[in-house]
Design a protein around this ligand. Structure first.
Ligand code: ATP
Ligand code: MG
Length: 385
């Protein structure tokens, strides 16, 4: 099997401005990734799952993949359907996977790092539960890789404050945080994320739709660095899943920060209670219509992806059964799908030495990569004395 990732290099824009929305939609918009909604200025910015399938033609070992999560709480169904499933899928066809625990990014919108340690180990347990194999994939925390963080400095010089201030995802996250002022780290964290992706020359970044504006920052600074100095960086593409923005109980993006999630680690009863509290609508006839019935369509999509069916077929099975029957279907599908994953998680969750050993070994490998990239960057910038 091989995944061919041909990234055409678009012209360097005179003055880059981000699209007002991510791929023509808001971070909380409808659930499907429509290739037609790509920013016209940058048609190579992302790849859908269907396009990835079309490109799986042999051997994926050449492909580098990086993606990660903030250790701000337990992973949820949005992470799983939006990104984690694709990470494991790419790992299993032989791609080289880097999975990042983005611990410095916790303090973009939180005062205390008190819970970071527990959450970081919890993320590793979630990864193992989902099928990430540390023998084949590199799992690490970016705070443990100094050379990666140093890369942020030259990258910061390649983008303006105005460009960062226009980023719609940063704006949405700043609003969700409820804080009176946006910290400099919050404003610049898309550049830190660029360092996360560029240090290992990732080709593909499996992410939810909220990350598209950030990927655009990565692509922009990579392109500008390569033009200003010499080609060092790969311009990565986002891999957008069939569920690019899973909604939570309140109808907004399922997010750890919003307390609206179905946690992967939850018990079947907890899952049933959470799904019962999902916002729906009053029309008893269930139909898949993401634009007009986002909440109902979200539950249909969750059910369909857990059962490996089409959301329209699930809607037909429910017919006039109303929201209660839809929620029963969703609960059963989620609990059934997550059962083996939850069993694996229960086995490893208390194994502190195992979990931190994975992060330590991952940081060693990431450090070798980051130091090599930093050396090339310093050489390209004339700083090899
Ligand atoms: P926080 O509220 O702390 O920001 P989060 O739930 O948004 O947490 P992140 O750690 O920020 O999670 O996101 C990690 C990855 O999971 C990113 O690639 C993001 O796009 C993806 N992701 C997060 N939530 C969803 C969702 N609801 N649907 C699809 N993908 C998601
Ligand atoms: Mg987030």
């Amino acid at each position: 099997m091989s995944i061919t990732v041909d990234v055409p290099t678009p012209d360097l824009p005179q003055a880059t401005s981000f699209p007002d929305t991510a791929g023509g939609t808001t971070p909380d918009g409808s659930q499907t990734a429509d290739p037609a909604s790509r920013p016209a200025s940058d048609p190579a910015a992302f790849l859908t799952e269907a396009e990835l399938d079309a490109q799986l033609v042999g051997d994926a070992r050449r492909i580098r993949v990086l993606t990660g999560d903030r250790p701000t709480g337990p992973l949820h169904l949005g992470h799983y359907l939006g990104s984690l499933r694709n990470r494991v899928r790419l790992q299993d066809v032989g791609a080289d996977i880097f999975v990042l625990v983005a611990d410095y990014q916790v303090v973009t919108d939180r005062d205390s790092g008190a819970e970071i340690g527990g959450h970081a180990l919890g993320l590793v347990a979630d990864y193992l539960a989902c099928g990430v194999d540390p023998a084949r994939s590199t799992v690490f925390a970016h705070s443990a890789v100094p050379a990666l963080n140093q890369l942020m400095l030259p990258l910061l010089s390649l983008i303006s404050v105005a460009e960062l201030e226009r980023n719609p995802t940063t704006k949405a996250e700043a609003a969700t945080s409820g804080r009176p002022a946006v910290s400099a780290l919050m404003l610049t964290y898309p550049v830190h994320q660029a360092a996360d992706i560029l240090f290992c020359h990732a080709d593909l970044v499996p992410v939810g739709r909220d990350q598209l504006p950030h990927l655009e920052v990565t692509r922009t600074v990579a392109r500008r660095f390569n033009t200003r100095y010499r080609p060092v960086f790969t311009e990565p593409r986002a891999l957008i899943s069939d569920a690019p923005s899973v909604l939570g109980t309140d109808g907004t993006k399922m997010s750890k920060s919003r307390g609206n999630t179905i946690e992967l680690r939850a018990s079947p009863d907890e899952t049933a209670a959470v799904i019962k509290s999902f916002k729906t609508d009053t029309d008893r006839r269930i139909s898949y219509d993401p634009a007009n019935r986002p909440e109902v369509s979200n539950l249909l999509l969750i059910t369909a992806l857990c059962r490996d069916e089409d959301p329209r077929a699930v809607a037909e099975q429910i017919g006039d059964g109303g929201a209660a029957m839809l929620k029963r279907h969703a609960t059963e599908a989620v609990n059934e799908h997550l059962r083996p994953l939850r069993a694996r998680r229960a086995e490893v969750a208390g194994e502190r030495a195992l979990l931190s050993g994975i992060l330590r070994r991952g940081a060693e490998r990431a450090t070798v990569e980051a130091e090599a990239t930093l050396e090339r960057v310093r050489e390209a910038m004339g700083m090899a004395y």
